[in-house]
Design a protein around this ligand. Structure first.
Ligand SMILES: *Cc1c(COP(=O)(O)O)cnc(C)c1O
Length: 360
């Protein structure tokens, strides 16, 4: 082979997924491992979504149709369906933004300790990532503003942030966005928005889109709705931008089962509320236990906790694997002495707390 690959691809970092349960059980010859590593929902999916999946098993010989889901989301958010783009997970939409907006020599700004996909999609598009340090474990909007250059095309914000769980407040954002040049797209990744407790103060992202700002919001059915395995996300943005994403979007990027399960999930607010209140309950429970153990953690508005264990996180990760508990070392996020744990159901959380106690 003498293929000449695009040079920029050599700089694309790998995505490191959470360790799958089956792999851990096989490797360590254990049973009943719990996975609290990828911020998945431990509460499963809506029974209505399950019903929709069963009903559509017989239609899998057909190509999917996506307009009903776009229309339903448009109605929910009081926008036009022309403002909405669906994705095979919100990851795919992040990739589409990068592909549509970034060329070689362009820059995208992101926080130093943020979701790994941003850097991957930026470098895949041949552009460069500019990493901005945190201020006191929070995304630093002032520092981001100061990092803007004529090459800046995208700013990625995560709200609440992964892996810290902190939010950016609306009044802070309002102050930020008014100074951002209109040729820069500000993407607000709201993968965990359903779990937010401080709804009053978080960025009202739709408000800015409706006012015409160069802002897009990315959301997903992977977290609170529990549909991670079906891959379905969406983004709301200005119509013109959506029309450009649609030029490169593959026509059937959301499959029949994902689309139907998402539609049914939107009709089951009870299930969503139950999931969210269970997560809130369990956050309080774990926090109380960590307080008792005198272990530091950050307050969270998402479905995970950033725990400052003050020990080698990669080692703690491995020791916990042996006890059948899969969490994340935060070394790849730039914190070699912290871990992130997804909030599970009580049984899983107890297993996590017990293993943590043993390992520390
Ligand atoms: C989980 C996550 C996503 C979304 O993932 P998809 O499954 O691709 O929708 C996006 N952003 C952040 C910050 C996440 O943690």
């Amino acid at each position: 082979m003498k293929i000449e690959y695009k040079k920029n691809l050599l700089s694309v970092p790998p995505y490191i997924p959470g360790k799958p349960i089956k792999e851990v059980e096989k490797e360590y010859r254990i049973k009943n491992a719990v996975k609290l590593a990828s911020n998945e929902s431990s509460l499963g999916i809506s029974p209505k979504a399950l019903e929709a999946l069963k009903k559509n098993i017989d239609s899998l010989n057909r190509y999917p149709e996506q307009s009903r889901l776009s229309q339903k989301l448009a109605q929910k958010y009081n926008v036009s369906d022309k403002n909405i783009v669906l994705g095979n997970g919100s990851d795919e939409i992040l990739k589409m933004f990068a592909e549509v907006l970034l060329s070689e020599k362009d820059e995208a700004i992101m926080s130093e300790h943020s979701f790994g996909m941003y850097d991957i999609v930026v470098k895949s598009a041949g552009a460069s990532s500019v990493f901005v340090p945190f201020n006191n474990f929070k995304i630093d909007l002032d520092a981001i503003k100061k990092s803007i250059t004529p090459a800046t095309k995208i700013i990625f914000l995560t709200n609440p942030n992964n892996p810290t769980g902190a939010i950016i407040e609306d009044k802070e954002f309002e102050n930020f966005i008014k100074d951002i040049p209109q040729n820069i797209l500000v993407i607000i990744d709201e993968a965990y928005i359903e779990f937010v407790r401080d709804k009053k103060n978080i960025i009202d992202s739709l408000k800015y889109i409706k006012k015409g700002y160069c802002v897009a919001v990315a959301r997903t059915f992977s977290k609170a709705y529990g549909l991670a395995g079906l891959r379905i996300g969406y983004s709301i943005m200005q119509k013109e931008l959506a029309s450009f994403l649609n030029r490169i979007r593959l026509p059937f990027n959301v499959n029949i089962l994902g689309g139907e399960a998402a539609l049914a999930s939107l009709d089951d607010e009870d299930f969503l509320n139950k999931t969210v209140s269970s997560v809130h309950n369990e956050i309080d429970f774990i926090s109380e236990k960590l307080d008792e153990m005198k272990i530091e953690y950050l307050p969270t508005q998402a479905n995970f906790l950033f725990v400052n264990i003050k020990k080698n996180a990669d080692k703690v990760f491995k020791d916990m694997l042996k006890l059948g508990v899969i969490i994340r070392s935060m070394k790849i996020y730039g914190y070699p002495k912290a871990i992130r744990v997804t909030v599970g159901i009580r049984e899983e959380n107890l297993k996590f707390l017990e293993a943590l106690k043993k390992v520390l």
